[in-house]
Design a protein around this ligand. Structure first.
Ligand SMILES: CC(C)(COP(=O)(O)OP(=O)(O)OC[C@H]1O[C@@H](n2cnc3c(N)ncnc32)[C@H](O)[C@@H]1OP(=O)(O)O)[C@@H](O)C(=O)NCCC(=O)NCCS
Length: 176
């Protein structure tokens, strides 16, 4: 199933040249309905700006780990782990932007990315993972199946990618 897909950490020095691929992936996911901080219209330039202005500086600082799932040189999925936590939370990290290209879902790519997130987190001594995801999304059963616990939901947390409706988010955590 996953034999052709390789999961790896994308070093900050390689991130810059992979931004077009990562932007295309984010763009495709948002246009397929993903609620990952952006709303339509969502041009490719905005997707590129996200990677360049939010992710690249943090990756260079060493406070954000970017994982990719690749096959044949193409990025099919990605996940991030932020270790930019306050001084009293050196043991915690935030999982975000777990994205799998709409044409490559249900092949275990997200599960493999999350297994790598676990491994890197343990290696870095970050044994509490936190995240939030739109209530009712496919990501909820994904995270539950990986041992994440639900803290609760916050109604009206974010705008739907299409339209003005406000949607709930589910807060989850996992101790490693
Ligand atoms: C959520 C997402 C990352 C899952 O990626 P994926 O590679 O398709 O997930 P996997 O194939 O690894 O699925 C692993 C498990 O998660 C659960 N799961 C994944 N997609 C699901 C779906 N659509 N419905 C129900 N359960 C689902 C299942 O338990 C699945 O195991 P199974 O296939 O053996 O039943 C993908 O749908 C996506 O990119 N969504 C848009 C972006 C998003 O919402 N990201 C989360 C933001 S925090």
């Amino acid at each position: 199933m996953l034999s052709d897909v390789v999961i790896s950490q994308l070093p900050a020095e390689d991130l810059d040249r992979r931004i077009p691929d990562l932007a295309a992936l984010l763009h495709a996911c948002v246009h397929a309905g993903a609620s990952v901080n952006f709303v339509l219209p969502f041009p490719l330039e905005e997707a590129e700006a996200f990677w360049r202005s939010k992710v690249l500086p943090a990756a260079r600082e060493g406070t954000r780990l970017v994982l990719i799932a690749e096959a044949g040189g193409r990025i099919l999925g990605t996940a991030q782990l932020s270790t930019d936590t306050p001084p009293n939370q050196p043991h915690r990290a935030d999982v975000s932007k777990v994205l799998v290209h709409p044409e490559h879902r249900r092949r275990g790519i997200a599960r493999a990315l999350m297994a790598a997130i676990d491994a890197y987190s343990v290696e870095m001594g970050r044994r509490l993972l936190t995240l939030d995801t739109r209530t009712g999304d496919a990501a909820e059963p994904l995270y539950r199946s990986l041992g994440f616990q639900v803290v609760g939901t916050i109604p009206g947390y974010s705008r739907a990618p299409q339209g003005d409706a406000l949607e709930a988010t589910t807060i989850m955590y996992k101790h490693l």
